[in-house]
Design a binder for this molecule. Structure first.
Ligand code: ZN
Length: 119
């Protein structure tokens, strides 16, 4: 069943944007199983795996291993009106050109805050 879902996702991706390298898809499927929720707000709706460094800026993406891709991801939501993907991942840039390379560190700080301060 997972292979069918993975196949359909790849097919969809090939229509809507530039297809990624095969290792990216493998890493994305593994990552999504481990983090099916937004790592910022913990919501479980409209969540997708995102590249911390936009994929088109990765030099020689075909050389990246599955592990390298896996370590370059974060799960973020696109809940309305503006989800974590837009707000934190792309710095609220309507053109989605800006990105936050320290988003993993921000995510850790937010989660530490919630654990320590919101008990
Ligand atoms: Zn979120």
């Amino acid at each position: 069943m997972m292979n069918l879902i993975s196949y359909l996702r790849r097919l969809w991706d090939s229509f809507r944007r530039k297809p990624r390298v095969p290792n990216w898809y493998k890493a994305r499927d593994i990552y999504k199983l481990k983090y099916p929720y937004c790592q910022f707000c913990l919501k479980k709706t409209r969540v997708d795996v995102h590249d911390v460094l936009p994929c088109h800026l990765v030099p020689n993406p075909e050389r990246n291993t599955v592990a390298t891709w896996y370590n370059s991801f974060i799960s973020l939501c696109s809940n309305k009106p503006w989800g974590c993907y837009y707000k934190w991942g792309h710095c609220s840039d309507p053109q989605y050109m800006k990105y936050q390379p320290l988003i993993r560190e921000m995510d850790k700080a937010v989660n530490d805050y919630m654990l320590r301060c919101l008990k």
